[in-house]
Design a protein around this ligand. Structure first.
Ligand SMILES: [Zn+2]
Length: 686
């Protein structure tokens, strides 16, 4: 495993998907100006193109001259880009497209992935590439002879540009391919090509095998090259194939379909897989290919500084215009942000996130198709971020020993070996929060959580068609019920009914298990026969099943509180979870008196023997139908922090500017106030 690779902090991914119908390609390319513009914008790595999604090549290929862009004026554009950048110390990893290649799709329709209906597969957004859809989204099959082409082409790139700094292989995602090549290969392995589930499984196997084979091929020719395979998401399927990678790049443009939650949820998982992480955003107002658009500066600041705060290096996506000249206004914008990144870097090198909570991701069990994260994970990440908790996202293979509490949000099934792992963790004093169906066996007949005995009621509420209603969202909350919080679990909430919009699992506490809160029934469920007002019926005042249980160091919520928070964010769901965390953790590692829009992370630079607190205050607003917008920086003043001290504290200061902050250490915690947080502020604790 090449875990030693250190990535650079200020990178550009320079798309260059250029139509064959555009003439004069690279006619205004000036190698010196190109590299100078990047250097002045403080860029120290730029990913440039060997072959694009149009299937066209941007160097003078000997092996595939027919694929060289027909109007490429500088026949060795890529070589000139590399040479000019290298002269200024800028790395140039090389981009190679994989599953999308329009030239191959047109010339070799027999290489295309086919659906079970015989249509051409696209993806992941389009599913089917219809004959009159514009775009290069036909998916090429890696079990077809296209695979041989890819190895030959990559071999030429490795030889021609020896030694290449790195390779970025784009677009590798599983599709339900029913082409003849896949059918034959599946039958040989005893799989069933007529079953969608088998086809998807085989496609993922094909992709993993391709990655392993390609990485071995690259490393045999150049062991130093960085290698990354992109599918727009890094998640639990990457664990088993991570040795094929030198590092991870987290494609997650918040103004694209990913939104502002995908990156933090993903990096908190990816950063624990043992490889360096690079996070991508774009200079585009929206998405890749959005020419002549600009991201608001405050948004670009937030996105890059948040990468630093979460332990990743920065990459900004751009697309080079056909004539080959970088846009000066774009690099003025990027340069303004990257100059700041450069100043902040000394406090971000080898920064190890300090965490106390691990959140299991349902992705391991439910998948995350196209990067769409499970609702419960989204809700958990939101809640914990808003409460300044320090946490990782984990899976059942993670080492639990570094967490004081682990959370199983809503949809984490527990088989026997996982149950054993949780049991061992609980024995060491670890706390567990689980909700809804988390902790159940696969058949959903019993719970397997340590310390707490949860019994399923024989009768679980069903709709008029006999379907279970629990966990389902109904527009008018037809099966909602209420929770009555009190005592420690109800801290900060009035002792009265609080609605739970989705029905929970109907349970009762076994012997030795404490009931922290009970449900209160509505007068009736909302059906065509009985209903009241516009939504759920009000409280009947009559207690129903148990809502929140505690046994040992395990606290269980019967309702899907995390998915609920993702859907409409009731503050009481967050408060209940925070109260449960406090009951298990005591005082959280970090507390502050700022607003819930303040993002707080703490990293440790072990070599420097110092901790670095990152404070971010930018507020994404849903200003448009499609995307969230950040336009302004709204400063905060005089926010007080209380942080667990790690050893003696001799200095607290704002960095990079170095303003010293008065502090006091009491009961093992360091307390101080930050006079002003304008966007992003780092505070060093030495
Ligand atoms: Zn196929």
């Amino acid at each position: 495993m090449m875990s030693g690779t250190k990535l650079r902090f200020r990178q550009i991914h320079l798309d260059f998907h250029t139509s064959p119908d555009i003439e004069g390609v690279a006619s205004e390319f000036d190698p010196e100006l190109f590299a100078k513009t990047l250097e002045e914008a403080r860029v120290n790595s730029v990913t440039c193109f060997a072959r694009c999604h149009h299937g066209l090549i941007y160097y003078d290929s000997v092996l595939h001259p027919e694929r060289v862009h027909p109007h490429l004026v500088r026949r060795n554009l890529l070589q000139e880009q590399i040479d000019a950048c290298h002269r200024r110390g800028i790395r140039v990893p090389i981009y190679i497209t994989v599953q999308w290649d329009h030239y191959s799709a047109m010339e070799h329709p027999e290489w295309l992935s086919v659906s079970e209906d015989g249509a051409i597969l696209a993806g992941p957004e389009e599913i089917i590439q219809k004959p009159f859809n514009p775009g290069f989204y036909h998916v090429l099959c890696l079990n077809s002879p296209y695979r041989d082409f890819l190895f030959a082409h990559t071999g030429e790139v490795l030889e021609r540009f020896h030694p290449v700094d790195g390779l970025f292989f784009d677009i590798l995602f599983p599709v339900s391919c029913a082409c003849n090549h896949c059918k034959r290969a599946m039958l040989e392995r005893g799989m069933n090509p007529h079953l969608d589930a088998d086809r998807m499984k085989f496609s993922q196997m094909t992709i993993n095998e391709f990655k392993r084979e390609m990485s071995a091929f690259v490393r045999s020719r150049n062991p130093e090259a960085t290698i990354f395979y992109n599918r727009g998401h890094i998640g639990t399927p990457h664990r088993e194939v991570k040795d094929a990678y030198s590092h991870f790049e987290l494609e997650s443009l918040p103004s694209g379909h990913w939104g502002y939650l995908h990156f933090p949820a993903t990096v908190r998982y990816a950063r624990r897989l043992g490889l360096d992480c690079l996070a991508q955003t774009g200079k585009f107002h929206t998405m890749w290919g959005d020419f002549h658009s600009f991201k608001n500066k405050a948004a670009l600041e937030f996105e890059t500084f948040n990468m630093l705060a979460l332990g990743a290096k920065c990459m900004i996506g751009d697309q080079l215009e056909p004539k080959g000249k970088l846009s000066q206004p774009v690099y003025d914008l990027i340069g303004a942000v990257y100059k700041e990144v450069e100043r902040k870097e000394p406090w971000c090198i080898d920064a190890d996130p300090i965490v106390e909570i691990g959140v299991f991701t349902p992705e391991e069990f439910m998948g995350a198709g196209g990067g769409e994260l499970p609702e419960a994970l989204r809700g958990a990440v939101r809640m914990l971020q808003e409460s300044a908790h320090q946490f990782d996202v984990i899976d059942s293979a993670s080492d639990l020993s570094k967490y004081r509490v682990v959370i199983l949000p809503d949809n984490i099934p527990v088989d026997e070996s996982f149950a054993g792992k949780l049991e061992a963790y609980a024995k060491t004093g670890g706390g567990i929060i689980a909700s809804f169906e988390s902790g159940m066996n696969a058949e959903k007949t019993e719970y397997r959580l340590p310390g707490v005995e949860i019994r399923l009621l024989a009768e679980q509420t069903k709709d008029i068609y006999g379907e279970l209603v629990r966990g389902k969202h109904y527009r008018r909350f037809d099966y909602a019920d209420y929770v009555l919080p009190s005592g420690e679990i109800g801290k900060g909430l009035p002792e009265t009914e609080h609605v739970m919009y989705s029905k929970g699992v109907e349970v009762t506490a076994g012997a030795g298990t404490e009931v922290l809160a009970k449900t209160v029934k509505p007068y009736f469920n909302r059906t065509y026969r009985q209903f009241c007002s516009h939504r759920q019926a009000p409280s009947s005042g009559e207690f129903g099943s148990d809502a929140i249980l505690r046994g040992g160091n395990t606290i269980f919520f019967a309702h899907p509180v995390f998915s609920q928070y993702n859907r409409n964010a009731p503050r009481w769901c967050k408060q209940l979870v925070n109260n449960a965390l406090e009951m298990l953790l005591g005082k959280a590692m970090i507390t502050h008196d700022g607003p819930s829009t303040l993002l707080v992370t703490l990293n440790r630079q072990h070599h420097e023997k110092r901790s670095v607190l990152h404070l971010l205050h930018y507020i994404p607003e849903r200003r448009s139908v499609d995307i969230d917008i950040i336009e302004d920086v709204i400063p905060l003043y005089n926010v007080s922090f209380s942080i667990e001290a790690r050893g003696a504290v001799r200095r607290v200061a704002c960095v990079p500017d170095g303003a010293e902050l008065p502090f006091e250490v009491r009961d093992g915690r360091v307390n101080f106030s930050v006079p002003k947080i304008s966007g992003h502020q780092m505070v060093v604790i030495e």
